[in-house]
Design a protein around this ligand. Structure first.
Ligand code: G3I
Length: 450
């Protein structure tokens, strides 16, 4: 399996990631052979350069019916609760890794990659941390990140560095929490600490209800990741939990969300998938959406059998309580086997269509245009101002080769164009050469009136 390094810039990461990739490839080749390619979720996903994983509870590892399915079907594991802050640091500076180590050991000895979950979170904090605030809490959180990431260095492929930091509802802003009250830069600080402790791990932001592209929460997380990648904050991936349980449904624009995050230059993972009553169509759609996006590197379901689920009453998983495969299992396996083994990266959906709406400025909306083999057109409609300047970012090695209906200037990298109105109306356009990257699409950075 290929695991792409993201945009992180630490100089030794490329070397280490290459070594890890080689090891991973060896493990997955072995797994694929042993498990008969295409007949299990993990083997089929591996054939497509992806993982198919599950949340695992340490308490279930003594259940042979459970481990039989686990070992047969999955090539990636996320500890369900055992790496959370209350589990790993129950008393300040006293670390407890027994259950997490057991899961990691089981996973690695069976050729499965491990996702660490999670280093910094407002929930499942031990009592001592819940009562902290300010710089005392900030330092305790950073110490926790450093200690835990160091303990698992070399064993964890991805870390959910920060979990669920955005608020639900219409604002698209941060969730209030004791961590948030230490300062808005707490997420960035956690990522930098994790990067220092384990430069070879892929560092992810993970959240729920960021599946629907038009939701304010999705847009808020998107803007944070865009900000991080533009400033070099070490982030490699975004995890969409995708709990379509408890009233949240699979949205028709899910693929747009996946491809839009991916266009920022990060991998995307579906990290905690479960769907109320396990409808065949929704499971198939999620799988096909992931397969359609080159940087969607894998799917993790949040438990094996319905009886293992945190929402067992909704029967949301791929195996019933007796360990039998459900119809949704067949749908997922068929989709994986029918999927492309070489994702083209061709965008199937438009990128974000509007700028964040800062007050007193204009709005710029992208409309994708004609696509050729080596280039594509984009047009931008500006609203809210007669004269304007719009900043557009493109992803290297793509380059804008021509423009119309505006006056462009460029930054020194050539990756940012500022387009100013020139009396030709409120729609401008440009052609972008893909230069080998056919998946990235331009993003609106800002729209200023005047
Ligand atoms: O192990 C104790 C048991 O000894 C005790 O008797 C029992 C009494 O309540 O509690 C047991 O612990 C429970 C634990 O799950 C293990 O089953 C906790 O109460 C319970 O709160 C905990 O719930 C977990 C939940 O996170 C907590 O936030 C779920 O298992 C776990 O699936 C869920 O996972 C989260 C992800 O981390 C983040 N995304 C959402 C997802 C679902 O909520």
């Amino acid at each position: 399996m290929t695991v792409n390094a993201g945009r992180r810039a630490a100089p030794r990461r490329a070397v280490l990631a290459g070594a890890a990739g080689l090891l991973t490839a060896v493990l997955v080749v072995g797994l694929t052979t042993a498990a008969q390619a295409g007949t299990t979720l993990g083997a089929s996903a591996a054939e497509k350069g992806r993982f198919f994983g599950t949340a695992v509870a340490a308490s279930r590892l003594s259940d042979s019916a459970y481990t039989t399915i686990l070992n047969r079907e999955f090539n990636q594991v996320t500890p369900e609760n055992e790496m959370k802050i209350d589990a790993t640091e129950p008393n300040q500076n006293q670390f407890s890794y027994g259950n997490a180590d057991r899961i990691v050991s089981h996973a690695r000895s069976n050729g499965m990659q491990v996702r660490g979950h999670t280093l910094a979170w407002h929930s499942q904090q031990p009592g001592w941390m819940q009562n902290m605030s300010g710089s005392t809490l900030r330092n305790a959180m950073l110490n926790h990140v450093t200690q835990v990431a160091t303990h698992f260095r070399g064993q964890v492929t991805w870390w959910d560095v920060v979990n669920e930091a955005f608020a639900d509802g219409s604002g698209g802003g941060r969730r209030d929490s004791n961590l948030q009250r230490t300062g808005n830069d707490w997420i960035e600080a956690a990522f930098r600490a994790a990067d220092a402790a384990d430069p070879n791990a892929q560092l992810c932001y993970n959240d729920y209800n960021i599946d629907n592209w038009t939701d304010a929460k999705t847009q808020g997380v998107y803007r944070m990741v865009q900000d991080f990648t533009s400033r070099g904050v070490p982030i490699d991936c975004v995890g969409l939990q995708s709990h379509f349980t408890g009233g949240s449904n699979y949205p028709g624009n899910y693929r747009t969300t996946l491809s839009s995050f991916a266009a920022l230059g990060v991998d995307v993972h579906i990290t905690e998938l479960d769907i109320r009553n396990a409808p065949v169509d929704a499971y198939r759609n999620v799988t096909n959406d992931c397969l359609a996006v080159a940087r969607c590197k894998g799917i993790t379901v949040w438990g094996i059998r319905d009886s293992d689920s945190w929402r067992s009453g909704e029967s949301p998983l791929l195996f019933n309580g007796s360990g039998q495969k459900k119809s949704a299992y067949d749908a997922v396996l068929t989709a994986l086997n029918n999927g492309t083994s070489q994702p083209t990266g061709t965008p199937t959906t438009p990128p974000p269509t509007t700028t964040p709406p800062p007050s007193g400025s204009c709005t710029a909306s992208i409309t994708p245009g004609t696509v050729w083999g080596d280039r594509y057109n984009t047009s931008v409609d500006v609203a809210g101002a007669g004269t304007w300047s719009v900043v557009v970012a493109i992803t290297s090695p793509q380059k804008i080769s021509s423009t119309w209906n505006g006056s462009p200037t460029w930054d020194s990298s050539g990756n940012r164009m500022t387009m100013r109105s020139n009396g030709s109306g409120n729609t401008f356009g440009f052609t972008t050469m893909t230069n080998g990257n056919s998946s990235a699409r331009p993003q609106i950075v800002s729209c200023s009136a005047g």
